[in-house]
Design a protein around this ligand. Structure first.
Ligand code: G3H
Ligand code: ZN
Length: 291
C-alpha cells in the first residue's frame, strides 16, 4: 500500500465521526510495532516523529522518516507520516523531502500575536510545499519534562473565540486544543473539559487534535472523540509498555547480550498497546456516555 496523506486520514475520520490515532515513534522498533498494531486492528494510523525524536537522532530526520515511509509502503492498512511539535523553521523546511505529508508547528508557548504570526508563516510555507499543517492554541502542558499546567493557569485552556480568530487568520488545517490533557503522563488520570470541547467544536470548522492522550482514560477518550476530537496523539503509553517489557526481560535474564532478545518483546508490547488504543477509539461514539 502506498504512503497515505495525513489530511486524507483525518478528513475520512471526521466524515465518519471517528478519530485517527497518531503515535509518536522514536526507533525503528516503534515504527514496526505501530504498523503491526494498526494492521491487527484493521485501522489506518499516523506515525509521528517529533522534533525531540529528531534531536535524539543527531538532528537528522531523514534516516528514521525514510525507514518509516518504507514500513508504511509495505503495510496492509493506510499509514501516514507526520512531523510533530516542530519549533525549528529549518526542520519544517525539511519535511516534504523526508516523506512527511503533514507537520504540527508548535508556537503555543509564545504570546498570542507571536504564535499567530509564526503559525501563519509556517502554514503559508507548508501549503506552498503541499503539506497539511496543525498548530496549537492554549498550551497543552507537560512538554519537555515540564510539570503539567495548573488547570486554572492562564493559557492552560483554549478559548473558543480566540481559536476561531486564530484559525481564520492563520489558515491552519487542524488545531491542537488544550482541554485538560497534559503530555508525558504515566497514569491515566486526566479529566477533560467536555463542555469546553463542545464549545470549541461548535466554534471551529477545522479538525480538533488531542495531545497528551496517554494520560487520558478509555472512557474520557471515548467522550472526547464523540465530542469532536478527530486526531488523537499518543506517545508515552508506548514507551511505558516498551520499557516495562525491556525491564522484565533484563530482570529475568540479566546475562542477555543480544538486543533482539529484549527488543522483540518490547516491540510486541508496543504493538498490543497500539491495537488496544485503536480499538478504544474505534468504539468511541457508541461507548460515549450521554453528556
Ligand atoms: O504530540 C504527541 C502527543 O501529544 C503525545 O503525548 O506522550 O503524553 O501521549 P503523550
Ligand atoms: Zn503533543
Amino acid at each position: 500500500m502506498s504512503l497515505a496523506a495525513t489530511g486524507t486520514l483525518v478528513a475520512d475520520a471526521a466524515a465518519g465521526r471517528r478519530a485517527v490515532a497518531a503515535f509518536n515513534v522514536i526507533t525503528l522498533e516503534h515504527v514496526e510495532a505501530v504498523v503491526e498494531g494498526a494492521e491487527a486492528a484493521g485501522s489506518p494510523v499516523i506515525l509521528q516523529i517529533s522534533e525531540n525524536a529528531v534531536k535524539f537522532h543527531h538532528g537528522r530526520p531523514a534516516p528514521l522518516a525514510r525507514a518509516a515511509a518504507e514500513v508504511a509502503r509495505l503495510a496492509t492498512v493506510p499509514v501516514a507520516l507526520h512531523l510533530d511539535h516542530v519549533h525549528s523553521t529549518a526542520l519544517l523546511h525539511q519535511a516534504a523531502d523526508c516523506g512527511f505529508s503533514s507537520v504540527m508547528f508548535d508556537a503555543a508557548h509564545l504570546p498570542y500575536q507571536e504564535n499567530l504570526a509564526a503559525t501563519r508563516a509556517a502554514a503559508d510555507w507548508a501549503h506552498r510545499a503541499g503539506l497539511w499543517l496543525e498548530a496549537e492554541l492554549g498550551e497543552v502542558g507537560g512538554k519537555d519534562g515540564a510539570a503539567p499546567l495548573d488547570a486554572h493557569a492562564p493559557g492552560a485552556r483554549t478559548d473558543p473565540a480566540e481559536a476561531r480568530a486564530f484559525v481564520e487568520a492563520t489558515g491552519v488545517d487542524a488545531l491542537a486544543v488544550a482541554v485538560g490533557s497534559s503530555h508525558a503522563m504515566t497514569s491515566r488520570t486526566a479529566r477533560l473539559d467536555h463542555g469546553l470541547l463542545a464549545r470549541l467544536h461548535d466554534a471551529l470548522d477545522v479538525p480538533l487534535v488531542l495531545h497528551g492522550s496517554s494520560g487520558v482514560p478509555d472512557g474520557e477518550l471515548g467522550r472526547a472523540v464523540a465530542g469532536g476530537i478527530t486526531k488523537v496523539n499518543i506517545g508515552t503509553a508506548l514507551n511505558t509498555a516498551m520499557t516495562a517489557a525491556v525491564r522484565a526481560h533484563l530482570a529475568d535474564d540479566p546475562r542477555t547480550v543480544d538486543p533482539r532478545s529484549y527488543l522483540a518483546p518490547a516491540r510486541t508490547a508496543i504493538s498490543r498497546t497500539v491495537s488496544e488504543l485503536i480499538t478504544v477509539l474505534a468504539g468511541a461514539p457508541e461507548a460515549a456516555p450521554a453528556p
